[in-house]
Design a binder for this molecule. Sequence first.
Ligand code: SF4
Ligand code: SF4
Length: 333
Amino acid sequence: MKPVAASYYMTTVCNAKCGFCNIWEGPAHLKPKLQKPEGVKHTLTALKTLGVKYIDFTGGEALLVRNLPDALRQAKEMGFKTGLVSNGFLYPARANEIEGLVDSMSFSLDSADEERHNKSRGLKCYSRVLESIEIARRRNQWVNINFSVANDNLHEIEPMVKLAQELKIVCHVMPVFSYFGNEAMDLRYAKAIRDIAKEPYISVNLAAVKFVEDGGNDIKKRKCIGPDANIAVTPDGKFLMPCYHAAVEQVPIELDVKAQWNSEKMRHLRDMSGRYDFCQGCTVWCYLTPSFFYTMDKYFFLQMYSYGRSSVNATLNRLRDRKLPGIEKIATA
Ligand code: SF4
Ligand code: SF4
């Protein structure tokens, strides 16, 4: 099995303090470390050798890392597709530096209401997200919103649908997942998410919704294949096994990564993904949704349908909205 995706954690530092995430509570760095170019090259070369095609540059807040553009440039030069998820706070200041280096740019939004979003993020970033969307569009950057539905923001669904339609931007709606004792989305709310799947500009992964309803990962019949679907790597070039969210081991990436990947130790660690006790009921989408692509079952087909529909809609929207006015004009129209 060849992993096609990777999550490259550029830093564990974040400028936000979201209630559904504990990354910002991690090791207290004062500021993100610079990524050494040779370290980045070593990591990217290893991912290429293992067959990875798409890298999500993530964190923490990856835009806090000063030399993120160098890492993105290296990745593009090596032929990777790149993705970047951001809380939007720093994008307006750094959009110039990363222009042309990101294939898919996502901004997180928890509410259509400025005050509630800023409260949820512990950061005044709502207006920056709107500004970022406008800047990204002017640069012809492929951009979307990510909206995670939790038990305390179910009432945000309707206003978020309206906002996405007003802004004419694709909004990916996903159930929030639990991984550090935070509450997962109550499965009764799955219907509410499914109900909006047909709305214009709304993208719902129906496989994920079904997976929540089915109770998440079952360790006796694991669905998560962890790093065999999505490899997590640390800022300093280590494999996080089996995943970032519940790493039992950090393994430094060796020069002969193919031999390392197929070594007895790594095969054991890979095989344990989705089978640990802590994997029971897991819905950490970073690994689960890539895992859905590896077995032809209901999740595979639901996901293919959802992604197909979403990308056709996104392309049509993009063509239709080619000459978008500025966001202020749309919002006040
Ligand atoms: S912005 Fe992202 S990494 Fe930072 S605290 Fe929020 S969810 Fe976590
Ligand atoms: S099931 Fe969840 S905790 Fe277990 S390896 Fe997969 S993502 Fe990590």
